[in-house]
Design a protein around this ligand. Structure first.
Ligand code: AKB
Length: 341
């Protein structure tokens, strides 16, 4: 008898940690997959853990035979900065890995005779704005604008959004008997994410969380973008809510397979000011890295999330003030305890 589960890939990442905590509250049985062992504090809450690679097709076959998978949260990915060092490996993980999971979802859907939901975090990296003047002149950017990403990660995310739409709407469209039960792919384009509990690695929006965590640990921080650099952000509790809300939305309310979500847009200097107000001894210096700067400059300053608001009643709980004062600073103070200055 196959075990009924929700599958989370990349479970050991920042979003994975938050998602596991939230899904455990619902009583769901989770199957989590990551290259590394899940950390102990989370492992006790999770029924099935597998250390493995989404590129391992034998493992995918094993999952298909041992589990009945109702929903897949496919979080595993190499982020934007890491991907620029190893673009071809990034492509393998980010694209072939996603196809493997979509194939698993298709297999499960036809075996179960029911649609399998596939929840996919895409990114602001799916955008590519040609120059700063255009970025400054642009209003909040909608899903269909500026879709010319300049990073391998951005290209991978944008293409995987299209793969998801293809698997949902057109998969095997020329077969004599097209499948009845398909994948129901739903994706959110996240802005930069900031968690009070974890520090990301390998992303290009990482300067914001790194700045906050460095100050809380009493460490000096060299910010790798200019002070006037602006992009949209969201704190982790809102990111998790967005994934769960989109997963729960009735299918017939959805007019798209991809939705922008956003909370607030701040410059690096505005974030530094908030950090200094909370940690007066924070040492923040700007040492822009030309490559990473170029990447953030190609991302929109603001996202238009009206479609998500209309179709599935998306609305963030944390604006900039609440994000820092009610979530980030108190939680971080608790986390680092006495070491905080
Ligand atoms: C990154 O910087 O690569 C990610 C993202 C914006 O998706 N945080």
């Amino acid at each position: 008898m196959r075990k009924k589960v929700i599958l989370i890939t990349g479970a050991n990442g920042e979003v994975g940690h938050g998602l596991i905590r939230a899904l455990v509250q619902t009583g769901a049985d989770l199957l989590v997959l990551d290259l590394r062992e899940l950390e102990d504090s989370l492992r006790q809450h999770v029924k099935h853990t597998i250390v493995g690679d989404i590129l391992d097709t034998d493992l995918m076959d094993r999952l298909a035979t041992e589990y009945e998978i109702e929903t897949i949260y496919h979080l595993a990915a190499l982020l934007s900065t890491h991907s620029e060092f190893r673009p071809e490996s990034a492509h393998r993980v980010n694209v072939q890995g996603t196809i493997n999971l979509l194939q698993l979802a298709i297999d499960q859907a036809s075996w179960r005779g029911q649609t399998v939901k596939f929840i996919f975090p895409s990114s602001v990296a799916a955008y590519g704005i040609a120059d700063l003047a255009t970025k400054q002149a642009a209003d909040a950017v909608s899903e269909s604008q500026f879709n010319s990403p300049i990073t391998m990660y951005g290209c991978n995310k944008l293409y995987c959004e299209h793969l998801g739409r293809y698997y949902t709407q057109h998969y095997r469209q020329l077969a004599a008997q097209p499948e009845d039960h398909r994948v129901d792919f739903r994706s959110v384009r996240f802005p930069g994410l900031i968690s009070a509990l974890t520090v990301p690695s390998g992303g290009t929006s990482d300067y914001a969380p790194e700045m906050v965590h460095a100050a809380a640990r009493g460490e000096a921080y060299e910010c790798f973008v200019r002070p006037d650099t602006i992009m949209p952000f969201m704190v982790m509790p809102d990111a998790i809510r967005a994934l769960l809300k989109l997963a729960d939305a009735p299918r017939d309310h959805l007019t798209s397979t991809v939705y922008n979500v956003t909370s607030f847009s701040l410059t690096a200097e505005a974030i530094a000011d908030l950090v200094r107000a909370q940690f007066p001894h924070a040492q923040i210096q700007y040492v822009p890295s030309p490559g990473r700067q170029k990447i953030v400059d190609s991302w929109p300053a603001r996202l238009d999330d009206r479609a998500a608001r209309q179709d599935w009643a998306w609305s963030p709980e944390y604006d900039a003030r609440r994000a820092f004062e009610d979530y980030l600073f108190p939680t971080i103070r608790q986390q680092y305890g006495k070491r905080i200055i």
